[in-house]
Design a binder for this molecule. Sequence first.
Ligand SMILES: N[C@@H](CCC(=O)N[C@@H](CS)C(=O)NCC(=O)O)C(=O)O
Length: 238
Amino acid sequence: MISTPALRRLGPIVRSFRLQSTAASVPGAPDFNPSQNVHPGDTQAPLLLYTAGTPNGRKVAVLLEELKVARGLQYDVHKITLSKNEQKEPWFLALNPNGRIPALVDRNRGGFAVFESGAILVYLAQHYDVGRMFAFDPAREPEAYSEMLQWVFWAVSAHARYTDETERLYGVLEMRLADRDHLVGPGRGKYTIADINAHPWVAGHKWAGVESLDRWPNMKRWVEGIAERPAVQAGFAV
Ligand SMILES: N[C@@H](CCC(=O)N[C@@H](CS)C(=O)NCC(=O)O)C(=O)O
């Protein structure tokens, strides 16, 4: 079910869409039942990820794969065809009013919908990473938790539209990683959602017009180390 807060955001248009919609009445999605977020091939796993093969989609798939390895958490995937503007269709806007991937539906929690990649990572860490393997605990480790959020917010608000700005941001990571293996945590740090969030964007440096990472040896070591994790490779393949 589409969550009540998501419906409230869209108001009467979506309420009437939802009441009237059947699998056959959704243009372009004849085999999809939006009132239940059910797609052909779904296993009715606890979580359903709407994504595409882009850095913002990949970071969420990576955390889901890490949680699958660590805890056996299962999830369904529905690929969104960005070139067909599927992300702007009313059923998707009911999940994410911003009309962009990724979006997550939590069937365990009444179909609660979450959008914004950073918010999805924080949500998954809160509800599904019970052992805090990929995050810090806000009550027990408030400073590390805050630092983790700082690096997540820093990366999601970074506008690496121009090569100069991308290189400036890589310089920030290079300095941070000079004496540590991960962005946050005591000592050399711990692999958390702060790393998972920033990694696909650095791994896709060629898209950003940066051919080689040799100028940032510490960031390069970090990005290559994370890329070796099986869950990261599986998440990139989703
Ligand atoms: N701030 C958003 C950005 C999401 C975003 O930019 N998604 C892109 C793909 S990476 C998208 O859906 N583009 C299609 C569109 O804008 O219509 C997040 O982090 O989730």
